[in-house]
Design a protein around this ligand. Structure first.
Ligand SMILES: [Zn+2]
Length: 58
């Protein structure tokens, strides 16, 4: 175990059933979101965690 999720695409986590295991890490990644996924509508702080990231304009 010890599966780090900070390099994973969050959009795929449900399929991997990783979200429950890594929930605390997940919350860290979605705090203060800067990007939104154009495909799934998820948000994340880092571009690499989304499959179709688009920068959120403030
Ligand atoms: Zn996505």
């Amino acid at each position: 175990m010890g599966d780090k999720i900070d390099n994973k695409v969050l959009c795929k986590l449900c399929k991997d059933d990783c979200l429950k295991k890594c929930f605390d890490d997940y919350v860290e990644l979605i705090k203060e979101p800067k990007y939104v996924c154009k495909k799934c509508g998820r948000t994340a702080h880092k571009e690499k965690n989304l499959c179709k990231p688009v920068k959120i304009k403030k």
